[in-house]
Design a protein around this ligand. Structure first.
Ligand code: UD1
Ligand code: MG
Length: 457
């Protein structure tokens, strides 16, 4: 269910929801569903449907088995699930998950499904010291679940109950269809409550089983920016613990963020303040300095990435070959492929370029749309002028070339193998192998020159 505005997030606007979807809230829930290998994953959208669907269409791995249904208008959680019934088969079991409860683990839901294996309605529940806002699980004197009462409908005595309904339930679709056909909206919120299926199951003599867990984070809902931030931190700490259990060295697990998937080889060392986005793979013995951002990239064995480096492969993942040294303050953009032992130093930007083994660009430079040969040394302040305002052109720098400082290579251009470009040259024609190319204006000299008063300061 991802159609509601979230009654406890009073200020929710479509924009907030869109952000939440982007931040992967619903995505977390869909990832969990994918782990369950469900026959079908039905996403119920409504409030801000277009944005939520668009955000999910970009990333969801369960996509092949996923369907969207829309709930317009949003008349409650029971009404939401009703919208999904036409696309569900009667011979299955359905699990209802909430789009705003992101950290439920697949194992937990698997256990709930096992509870539900003999015909019954299974509820995931939890005991809370402060159950305010949640539906309370009411039991009869024998301890059997009778019904769920919502915060706004509960009598004071009922609201003392600390066992809450998590928002997650499972039941045979066939039974759910019968119950959902009978719910009404005669309650404080005038909504069709999904939770009313409990009393209908009891009336039908179908057992209702509560599967109680003790890990509150797994059922914590996101109803405010603060809760979102708290759960995000909890999620990050869980990821950090998992990586450390696999032997990754994190200098401080509290200052570490993975917003995607991070795979690490052996003896990886990550300093504080790093952010990993999309799909990132780190080889063996990789060292990452403080405050680096790495997105969509594959980093080879023994690579050292120094502080404040930004690597973003976007749609063309960046590859960094074994033994390379990157940063500090380096920027690698989409389509960058570095072979082994490449050095990219401070304030060097590389985009859509390949650098062969041992090539170096150590300071203040730009390489865009370039093919750089082995052992090339690319001087400080040099750039490829790859864009003529309409088209991008390629620069080819063959093996063993030295590009002197402050050079401009005007693409399309090829610098022949073993060549040298003199410092400060603007080269716009191909040069043969082993040539020295120097293109500079002549020195103009005025002796005893006095600067105009205006710029003397
Ligand atoms: C719901 C439960 C409550 C439980 C709590 C757990 C009901 C009636 N109450 O309350 O017992 O303790 O979750 O977090 O189910 N949604 C729709 N369409 C709608 C309304 C909601 O898709 O018309 C979706 C929301 O987007 C959200 C989920 O259903 O993902 C829960 O809705 P919300 O309004 O947050 O329900 P709660 O009041 O939290
Ligand atoms: Mg509600």
């Amino acid at each position: 269910m991802a159609a509601g505005k979230g009654t406890r997030m009073k200020s929710a606007t479509p924009k907030v929801l869109q952000q939440l979807a982007h931040q992967g809230l619903v995505q977390h829930v869909l990832d969990t569903a994918a782990q369950l290998q469900a026959r079908k994953v039905v996403v119920i959208t409504g409030h801000g449907a277009e944005q939520v669907e668009a955000a999910l269409l970009q990333t969801d791995e369960a996509a092949p088995r996923r369907e969207f249904v829309r709930q317009m208008p949003q008349l409650g959680t029971g009404h939401a699930v009703q919208q999904a019934l036409p696309v569900l088969d009667d011979d299955g079991v359905m699990v209802v998950l909430s789009g705003d409860v992101p950290l439920t683990e697949a194992d937990t839901i698997q256990q709930l499904l096992e509870v539900c294996s003999d015909e019954c309605l299974a509820l995931l529940t939890l005991t809370m010291d402060n159950p305010f806002g949640y539906g309370r699980v009411l039991r009869n004197p024998d301890g059997e679940v009778n019904r769920i009462v919502e915060q706004k409908d509960g009598k004071p005595q009922e609201l003392l109950v600390k066992e809450i309904y998590s928002g997650i339930m499972a039941a045979p679709t066939r039974l759910m269809r019968q119950w959902l056909g009978r719910i009404d909206n005669h309650n404080a919120q005038q909504e069709y409550y999904l939770t009313d299926v409990v009393k209908l199951a009891v009336a039908d003599g179908v057992p209702v089983k509560a599967h109680m867990i003790h890990d509150a984070v797994q059922v914590a809902g996101v109803n405010s920016p603060q809760q979102l931030a708290e759960l995000e931190r909890e999620y990050q700490q869980r990821q950090a613990r998992r990586l450390m259990a696999d032997g990754v060295r994190l200098r401080d697990p509290a200052r570490f963020d993975v917003r995607g998937t991070l795979q690490c080889g052996q003896d990886v060392d990550i300093d504080i303040g790093c952010v990993f986005e999309g799909n990132v793979t780190l080889g063996n013995r990789v060292k990452i300095g403080a405050h680096c951002v790495l997105a969509n990239c594959t980093i080879g064995d023994d690579v050292v990435i120094s502080p404040f480096t930004h690597i973003d492969g976007g749609k063309q993942p960046v590859q960094v070959g074994a033994g390379s040294l990157i940063g500090p303050f380096a920027r690698l953009r989409p389509g960058t492929e570095l072979a082994e032992e490449v050095h990219i130093g401070n304030f060097v930007e590389v985009k859509n370029s390949t650098l062969a083994k041992g090539a170096k660009a150590n300071h203040l430079a730009y390489l865009g749309d370039a093919t750089v040969g082995e052992r090339v040394n690319y001087g400080a302040g040099s750039i490829t002028a790859n864009y003529d305002g309409a088209n991008k052109h390629r620069t080819v720098i063959e093996a063993d070339v030295h590009i002197g400082s402050n050079s401009v290579l005007v693409a399309p251009v090829t610098i022949g193998a073993g060549g040298t470009v003199g410092a400060g040259s603007a080269v716009s024609k191909d040069t043969p192998a082993n040539a020295l190319s120097v293109v500079r204006g002549r020195l103009t000299l005025k002796e005893n020159y006095t600067r105009p008063a205006k710029i003397q300061k």
